[in-house]
Ligand binder design. Structure first.
Ligand SMILES: NC(=O)C1=CN([C@@H]2O[C@H](COP(=O)(O)OP(=O)(O)OC[C@H]3O[C@@H](n4cnc5c(N)ncnc54)[C@H](O)[C@@H]3O)[C@@H](O)[C@H]2O)C=CC1
Ligand SMILES: O=C(O)C(=O)COP(=O)(O)O
Length: 531
């Protein structure tokens, strides 16, 4: 049974897939402190949050069973991603479900700002009939500057154009062609702050975007600008903004987000007549909350059940088309890596992976993560390593990773060859995914073999001499170890050979030692692939 903790308010309807799953138990407990989370997180396999729960390294380290953190929304700045990656915890988000809702909130804020709606409401319900103080401006023919033209920024731009606004946009990843299609004129941040009448920000909060609008930008800003922030507190310097409003540079501002949420009682925005605020409501509609909860629930289930998933924030995305081609190889890569690690002694120094045949033209990065997972989990334990942190762990250990591609497959349609160099030795093997037969090891060192990647294997390197095979069989049989299959590979008659046996259960250590004592037997190695 998988246990899932929901620590922020998330739509019940959206979580239905999880609540109805027979292998999932959900616990809902919002408003927990860090200490409280630390004390209970150890029982859970998954944690679902919105923006309120701050998921710190301390919480993750205490989450010894934690496999996935699901963010029902876009921003993951409340989750320590580096810690999650190093601990092998998958972080997923739901980036599409609240785009329109947040875009509409941005527009509502922009219009409220243009027409002083909150201020006018306050006076009217207070008994005053003040029409003079609240003369607004039209959006039509005004210039809107949009910083960040991702999902939300682009939707805001489209609606602004429908309102008759001219849109200037800045986003390092937006091309001229795509901007032109929407009707956005690309400009620099400097051009935008010097020319826009309204400006709205839609970037994530990063070290680059932190205070991207601050003192120096206000100094050269077009006088009378109105500014909206429905993205993240901290993109605009709050104190510099108040100063710019008080100096008459900025006409007014509408903020849904704060550098610290909730803001302190004496935060200058809260009493300022020209600043309107909402309590991080951008994503708060019935529709968006259902959408994001459905997305997150679906992915969390996949991850818990070890099925493929999308939108991992701490793992590069795999396009759907590529995923369908390479996903069948995930298990093969993992098992090959693990088998090779079990065959090789000493601390790992270098891993060379050769992808050939139909794999040679594909982006094989995700496969490399599974190879590394297989190798490193032998050394670090299965609980510690997964496809999210395997690359990170390898780099942390200064393991050199060499990836090669080649066309030649020696008769196979696909072939993956791994070579593992340790401080003491170098060994290699190849595997292939055979249509109708599944994952196979097809070569161990110089010896061609054909072994399924499962169960218990016994590898016996020996001299190619009569009698040895019989001796091995007798010894195993006398010790109640049943041989399921046996293959022998040799380089040349009378030379080196390898015997690969699949056995039904683990062979006793004493039997392996006894085998190794035989002068014609050079090495005996048991490889377990039954995980
Ligand atoms: N107020 C609320 O309740 C909500 C807030 N958000 C926030 O809105 C923001 C935007 O969300 P989406 O559009 O879904 O994200 P997105 O990832 O689709 O778009 C962000 C864009 O910002 C751009 N960007 C990054 N650095 C930049 C820089 N230095 N200058 C200009 N552009 C830069 C990126 O290239 C990207 O295109 C995020 O911060 C998200 O957390 C999202 C949903 C609800
Ligand atoms: O999705 C986002 O980035 C948001 O900011 C929404 O936050 P929330 O889920 O409403 O706490």
């Amino acid at each position: 049974m998988y246990k899932v903790l929901v620590s922020d308010p998330i739509s019940d309807l959206g979580l239905q897939q999880l609540t109805e799953a027979s292998d999932v138990e959900i616990v809902k407990q919002a408003g927990l402190s860090e200490d409280e989370l630390v004390s209970i997180i150890g029982q859970f396999d998954a944690l679902l949050v919105r923006s309120q729960t701050k998921v710190t390294r301390r919480i993750m380290e205490a989450g010894t069973n934690l496999k996935v953190i699901g963010r029902a929304g876009v921003g993951v700045d409340n989750i320590d991603l580096e810690a999650a990656t190093s601990l092998g915890i998958v972080v997923i988000n739901a980036p599409d479900g609240n785009t329109i809702t947040t875009c509409e909130h941005t527009f509502a804020m922009m219009m409220a700002l243009a027409r002083h709606i909150p201020q006018a409401y306050k006076k009217t319900v207070g008994g005053e009939w003040d029409r003079k103080s609240f003369v607004g401006v039209e959006l039509r023919n005004k210039t809107l500057g949009v910083l960040g033209l991702g999902r939300i920024g682009s939707e805001v731009a489209k609606r602004a154009i429908a309102f008759g606004m001219k849109v200037l946009g800045y986003d390092p990843f937006m091309t001229e062609e795509r901007a032109e299609k929407v009707g956005i004129k690309l400009a620099s941040v400097d051009e935008i702050i010097r020319n826009a009448d309204f400006m709205t920000v839609h970037t994530p909060l990063t070290s680059e975007t932190h205070h991207m609008i601050a003192g120096p930008q206000f100094e050269v800003m077009k006088k009378g600008m109105r500014i909206v922030n429905c993205a993240r507190g901290g993109i605009i310097d709050e104190y510099a903004l108040v100063e710019a409003i008080d100096q008459g540079i900025v006409h007014g501002a509408a903020f849904d987000v704060f550098e610290h949420e909730p803001p302190a009682e004496d935060h200058p925005f809260l009493k300022h007549p020209k600043i309107i605020v909402t309590p991080h409501l951008g994503a708060s509609t019935v529709e968006a909350q259902e959408n994001v909860a459905i997305d997150v629930a679906e992915q969390v289930i996949h991850i818990l059940r070890n099925e493929p998933f999308k939108n991992a924030v701490n793992m590069p995305p795999i396009p759907a088309e590529l995923l369908s081609k390479i996903q069948p190889y995930f298990k093969l890569c993992d098992k090959l890596g693990n088998a090779l690690a079990q065959m090789t002694d000493g601390p790992v120094r270098e891993i060379t992976i050769n992808y050939s045949g139909e794999l040679a033209d594909l982006d094989t990065n995700p496969l490399t993560r599974y190879v590394l997972k297989g190798i490193l989990s032998h050394h670090l334990g299965f609980e510690q390593v997964n496809a999210v942190n395997s690359m990170h762990l390898a780099k942390q250990r200064d393991i050199n990773i060499v990836v090669q591609k080649s066309i030649s497959t020696q008769g196979f349609t696909n072939r993956i060859t791994l070579s593992l160099k340790t401080k003491d030795e170098e060994r290699w093997l190849s595997g292939s995914l055979l249509a109708g037969f599944g994952e196979r090891i097809v070569q161990i060192g110089p010896y061609p073999v054909d072994i399924p990647t499962e169960g218990h294997l016994l590898l016996v390197s020996h001299m190619d001499k009569p009698g040895i095979i019989g001796r091995v069989g007798t010894l195993l049989g006398n010790n109640d170890v049943n041989i399921a299959t046996m293959q022998v590979g040799r380089t040349d008659v009378g030379g080196s050979a390898i015997m690969v046996l699949t056995i039904d259960k683990q062979a006793p250590k004493a039997v392996l030692e006894q085998l190794a004592e035989s002068p014609e037997i050079k090495r005996v190695r048991e490889v377990r692939l039954d995980y």
